[in-house]
Design a protein around this ligand. Structure first.
Ligand SMILES: [Zn+2]
Length: 479
């Protein structure tokens, strides 16, 4: 595809880049083959050496604070390095919200007043990340009249987030939900005001009139007001800005759309530093890849040509195989959608996965918790990892996809996805060897997020409320 406005957009961004920070903001080398008009400006391009940003991909500067407060040590566990895939005995030292050291097992180089937790024989790894959840979608049993209510959505989301943190997830990416509920949950989770993983949310889906997530009749998996039906490139550009304003840290689009609409959305999001992902199929996937989209959700049909172009453009995939297997097992097929005119089989979905792996496409791990799938956490996530292993990943590679690769797809791998000094202390302790047996992930006993103990002995830790003291009268008002 060759859109005349591409070159104009490229030169205006180049000017802005040169004016602000020079070479530090050059497009990543991975984008060398990209044809799209606007180079991706993800978080990494904006972090000056020695600087820091907030814990979101929204590039909000934050003062880097030296870790302070009491040190916590996870002593003597088997520490999984998600970069090298090595498992080695060691102790993880955390202070404030950060990991400050990973020590050899014979070292005790921590302060005398450190809180030392013995995790001998247990598996210590970065918190899991789920790249595709719907925290606020109705359960199958949710009464129809409250399905679209923000209030019900927020409460369901809070409940679901507790299940995620209990299961060892320290970050989730919410790809659409009930009204503004996902944005509110993301804010409260960021403030540690609820027991929850970090939430990266897309907020509203952007689609064309009658597009995916707006099909009639409205079903429990999708409801009114979840998606914005917009038509025309200007409207798609505006929708990206609106979701950005509401607090989106990723943009989610869905079929159907026209080439100029998807191009406008991708370009606008990239100018804002946000990634874009697509819930789409066939010709829409092809258009999205040509527009320079960052990733494609689901195992929906696409041609070999599209797969080859995904590899060429470094378009990632979040295949979500298990949730479609659930649909196939329950209903025998994908029926009744007016925006999804294709058929699918389990074999075809898995074959697509294998083709993408063979083509070298980077794949992240996500579940797509529609219907009652939130209730299936962590089983549905473990099943998804097993698809990865069936498709050629080793178990440690699947765990790497679940942590480091997912962090990269969030543009957050400078802060999460590995256990390393300087990174956020998102650390879980597992009573087993998930690097040998994925099912051991059911035995997460301890979870730290941002250095805070969120789960102990498999249950959420809710710290007691510390009442704020009454204000002291000012001298003038004192009797
Ligand atoms: Zn979904």
């Amino acid at each position: 595809m060759n859109h005349p406005f591409r070159n104009i957009a490229r030169s205006s961004v180049a000017l802005c880049v040169a004016g602000l920070a020079g070479a530090a903001m050059a497009a990543p080398a991975a984008d060398a083959g990209r044809e799209a008009s606007v180079p991706r400006t993800d978080r990494h391009d904006w972090i000056v050496p020695g600087g820091d940003t907030d814990h979101t991909p929204r590039m909000i500067p934050e003062r880097a604070e030296a870790p302070s407060g009491r040190v916590t040590v996870l002593r003597g566990g088997l520490v999984f390095d998600t970069q090298s895939l090595r498992v080695a005995p060691g102790s993880v030292v955390m202070q404030g919200e950060r990991v400050i050291a990973v020590l050899s097992p014979d070292s005790t180089a921590w302060p005398a007043d450190a809180r030392v937790i013995d995790v001998a024989g247990k598996f210590v790894m970065p918190g899991l990340i789920d790249m595709h959840v719907h925290l606020t979608y109705p359960d199958n049993a949710t009464p129809y009249d409250v399905q679209a209510e923000d209030a019900d959505g927020v409460l369901r989301g809070e409940r679901n987030l507790r299940w995620f943190i209990e299961a060892g997830f320290t970050s989730v990416r919410d790809l659409n939900g009930v009204g503004d509920a996902p944005y509110r949950l993301a804010d409260w989770a960021a403030e540690d005001a609820i027991a929850a993983p970090r939430v990266f949310t897309a907020g509203h889906i952007i689609t064309g009139t009658g597009g995916h997530a707006t099909e009639r009749p409205v079903r429990p998996s999708h409801g009114p007001d979840y998606a914005w039906e917009r038509n025309g490139a200007d409207a798609w550009r505006a929708a990206v800005r609106e979701t950005f304003k509401k607090g989106a840290s990723v943009i989610k689009v869905a079929s159907h759309f026209a080439p100029d609409e998807i191009q406008a959305a991708v370009d606008e999001a990239h100018r804002l530093g946000l990634k874009v992902t697509c819930d789409c199929e066939t010709i829409y996937t092809q258009m999205a890849v040509e527009a320079g989209i960052d990733m494609i959700e689901h195992p929906l049909p696409r041609t070999d040509r599209t797969i080859a172009e995904m590899a060429q453009h470094h378009t990632a995939s979040v295949p979500t195989l298990q949730v479609y297997q659930n649909v196939l097992d329950r209903a025998g097929g994908f029926w009744g959608s007016t925006s999804r005119r294709f058929t699918m089989t389990s074999d075809a979905n898995f074959e697509l996965f294998r083709k993408m792996k063979k083509a070298g496409i980077v794949m992240g791990v996500g579940t797509d918790t529609i219907g009652d799938a939130n209730r299936m956490i962590p089983n549905i996530y473990i099943a998804e990892l097993k698809w990865f292993v069936k498709g050629g990943y080793s178990i440690p590679q699947a765990l790497q996809a679940a942590t480091l690769t997912n962090a990269k797809l969030l543009a957050m791998d400078d802060l999460i996805g590995t256990i390393q000094p300087g990174k956020l202390a998102d650390v879980i302790v597992v009573d087993g060897r998930p690097d040998q047996d994925i099912d051991a992930l059911r035995k997460v006993s301890m979870v730290f997020k941002d250095g805070r103990m969120m789960v102990k002995d498999g249950a959420v830790v809710i710290p007691p409320h510390v009442p704020v003291p009454l204000p002291k009268p000012s001298p003038a008002e004192a009797p």
